[in-house]
Design a protein around this ligand. Structure first.
Ligand code: NAD
Length: 732
């Protein structure tokens, strides 16, 4: 398979075109690297070649590295996986360094063949690391293109020289947002940040012209010149010292020390800044290997890259149902959720009818989109035309007749089965049974709600998370009778509005809420036990949860917690296990402390609604005990409360695919992303250790921690979730 093509023109410019067959986007493979290396050798050895341009045969330059390559390097090295990785990475450094030096005389720094990169569009990951090794980068003036190094987002960091080169180019401070946050920029912004050199209409033509006119000095990187000084200073220079001390504190503050990649990146930058360039590359390769050997990185790559993408591409979509893309959606209820769903649908180009009981409420729902677009415009992220176009798609009304022609209805009225049944009947009287009907309920059984529909096969749950425009996950819930066409419709819609979907079966609280409620409850229960609230909150954050359980209940509101508790107790009767939790929640509710919305909850808030710290009045009712548990004990309680529910959801058949369990947990409620998700975390612990911990927790705290049968059986058989349940999921 030829991935790179070589073409020497009459003008003496060798053009190397990256064009991986059968793919819409170039991704780097080991074979590709070898081909590129061979073409560079050919060009450098050919005296008639005056310069080299590296470009792409596709509309974009490249989407990055095929992450399975790294897995392969590890696997092929047998019992020395770290060596396999390190050698593989050093091979890449060798090729890119050859491009950078381009045959120059190391003493005189003369005689290099000019090499330029011409990027027609997006260039990320290795797709930018390769251009960074050339002498000049030309990008097309394409505002849709994204340029950057997003590796940190999947738990690794740029390990093909991107870290070392960008820091030497921009300084540690300048490179920080691109390396530590994985920030992507459109070409003009990438140019003003100093990442690329030129934005032009025709990058190949401009690059050719440049290589034909480049002088020796143009082909020597600053770091290959004598007396090079890193912008912003190295760690032992007074200015650089400030940067590095600040950066270490900032990274630790943001990551709580649980992300190995952020720490390793910082070490690679710090240590690399103090040594010559080639040694810095070696240091980068060592830290990269270190990160790749950490199970957290493999788990993050698996969940946040490979499996997330697989779900987005329809891994669980019923295969035989033809395309079900939505042209016109009717949204019932223009409240907080309905308004958000209208916005994301209109943004995807779908025509929206937004219905509420009163015209003012429907208009207010549409105004939400207007507000979001105004904000985007003020931040330079959108335009007045785009706003007008989007708003044009939304028709706010009270008239159900406007639903005519809709091929999907999403219901988001009050959480009341009676109201939901009424609007279901009203809408179906207009659209008929053929139109798929979805409910956004967060607590009511889909199978029950489907009874109000003309055809239960066409009835489904599409559970959005709040705020709809920001949250990446939608949970699609199959009622007992839901048919394949409804599932396909929900999945095709999720794809249109660019959300990551998971498909689960109908059971109390579906999947995400089923796992998150026990997390909140465990935190509240600890308050009742006299555990210091700051210990509860910090223990959660130190293990990578974005919000402590008490902050989370403040955000979602204490009255909602009370409402859910009452409904659950009514449904479960004597089996209800959470009276201890309710004592605290109901007391808070009686005090009028409803959380953020009343600017008072487990936290105190100032007059602007900003959290000022944990509420000091709590101790009067729930005194802090003299003996406090170890932080790890608190963390185990908080994590097991969630992951055991995930295992039970799998046992009960609510979860049908473990990939969905892990991806859904991270995207839905921010479950410690470093772990790759609850099931990945259990695999990391190993089933025997997980069972041991569960048994100990059960003995101390009761049967809510009882070891699920499945986990015990896995411990006995030496199984892991990803060996036993993941047919198509691949580990990186
Ligand atoms: P909301 O109270 O903000 O909005 C409900 C809207 O429905 C109101 O505008 C109301 O006027 C309208 N409505 C009520 N009866 C109606 C009728 N007969 N005809 C037309 N419109 C009617 O509530 P919300 O937070 O947007 O929640 C809506 C649904 O989404 C609920 O089922 C809820 O469980 C679910 N949900 C909420 C969240 C969340 O975080 N708020 C998350 C996921 C799902």
């Amino acid at each position: 398979m030829t991935e790179f093509h070589y073409d020497k023109g009459a003008d003496g410019v060798a053009v190397i075109t990256w064009d991986v067959p059968g793919k819409s986007m170039n991704v780097m493979s080991l074979e590709g690297f070898k081909e590129l290396d061979a073409h560079i050798d050919t060009a450098l050895a050919d005296d008639s070649v005056k310069g080299i341009v590296i470009t792409s045969g596709k509309k974009d330059f490249a989407g990055g590295m095929d992450l399975n390559v790294l897995a392969k390097m590890k696997a092929e090295a047998g019992d020395e996986p770290a060596r396999g990785l390190f050698d593989g990475v050093m091979m890449m450094h060798g090729v890119l360094r050859k491009i950078e030096r381009a045959g120059m005389d190391p003493k005189t720094l003369k005689g290099a063949k000019p090499i330029a990169a011409a990027l027609p569009g997006t260039a990320v990951g290795i797709g930018l690391e390769l251009p960074l090794s050339t002498h000049r980068i030309f990008a097309a003036d394409n505002p849709k293109a994204k340029i950057g190094l997003p590796e940190i987002m999947v738990g690794i960091f740029p390990g093909a020289g991107g870290t070392t080169r960008l820091v030497r180019k921009l300084g540690a401070m300048g490179a920080a947002p691109f390396l530590l946050e994985g920030k992507l920029s459109e070409p003009k912004k990438a140019k003003s940040a100093g990442i690329i050199d030129e934005v032009v209409a025709d990058p190949v033509a401009a690059a050719k012209e440049w290589v034909l006119n480049a002088k020796d000095a143009d082909c020597v990187k600053p770091w290959d010149q004598k007396g090079y000084k890193m912008p912003g200073g190295t760690p032992y220079n007074p200015q650089g010292f400030m940067t590095f001390v600040g950066a270490a504190a900032m990274v630790h503050g943001k990551t709580q020390g649980v992300y190995p990649a952020a720490k390793a990146l910082l070490s690679a930058v710090y240590e690399g800044a103090m040594v010559p360039f080639d040694t810095a590359l070696k240091i980068e390769a060592r830290w990269f290997t270190h990160v790749m050997m950490n199970p957290s990185s493999s788990a993050m790559i698996r969940s946040l890259f490979l499996n997330k993408e697989a779900l987005e591409k329809g891994a669980v979509r019923p295969k035989d149902v033809p395309d079900q893309q939505v042209a016109k959606v009717g949204i019932l209820g223009a409240g907080m959720m309905g308004a958000g769903i209208a916005y994301v649908s209109a943004r995807a180009g779908i025509e929206v009818v937004l219905i509420d009981a009163k015209q003012e409420a429907a208009d207010k729902g549409k105004a939400y989109s207007e507000g979001l677009m105004d904000k985007a415009i003020s931040r330079g992220r959108s335009t007045a035309e785009k706003k007008a176009e989007l708003l044009d798609k939304i028709t706010p009304t009270t008239d159900y007749a406007a639903l005519k022609g809709c091929d999907l209805i999403v219901e988001a009225v009050f959480e009341d089965p009676g109201v939901k049944a009424e609007v279901t009947a009203q809408a179906q009287a207009v659209v008929g049974a053929d139109c798929i009907f979805a409910t956004n309920t967060s607590t009511l059984p889909i199978t029950e709600l489907a009874k109000a529909a003309q055809d239960a096969q066409g009835f489904i749950g599409i559970h959005f998370f709040s705020p709809v425009d920001k949250m990446a996950l939608v949970e699609i819930i199959k009622g007992k009778q839901t048919g394949d066409r409804a599932v396909a419709k929900a999945l095709d819609y999720a794809r249109q509005i660019r959300k990551t979907p998971i498909v689960v079966n109908d059971a109390r609280f579906f999947y995400a809420n089923r796992c998150i409620i026990p997390y909140i409850n465990e935190g509240v229960r600890m308050v009742a036990e006299g555990i210091e609230p700051a210990l509860i909150e910090n223990a959660a954050k130190l293990v990578g949860m974005p919000l402590g359980p008490l902050q989370l209940v403040d955000e979602t509101s204490i009255d909602l917690g009370v409402k859910i508790a009452k409904a659950t107790k009514a449904a479960m009767g004597d089996a209800y296990p959470d009276d201890a939790v309710d004592a605290v929640l109901f007391w808070m509710y009686d005090q009028g402390r409803l959380g953020r919305k009343s600017a008072s909850g487990f936290y105190a808030y100032d007059e602007k609604g900003k959290r000022t710290g944990l509420w000091d009045g709590l101790a009067a009712q729930y005194p802090v005990a003299e003996n406090q548990p170890d932080v790890t004990e608190v963390q185990h309680r908080l994590l097991f409360a969630q992951v055991l529910e995930a295992v039970r959801a799998l046992e009960d058949g609510v979860l049908m695919d473990i990939r969905e369990g892990d991806v859904g947990a991270i995207l839905g409620w921010g479950f410690a992303p470093w772990s790759g998700g609850p099931l990945s975390w259990l695999d990391m612990l190993g089933a025997p250790r997980a069972v041991e911990l569960c048994d100990a927790l059960t003995e101390r705290y009761g049967k809510r921690f009882a070891t699920p049968k499945l986990l015990r059986e896995m411990a006995e058989k030496g199984d892991s979730f990803y060996t036993r349940f993941a047919p198509a999921a691949k580990a990186a």
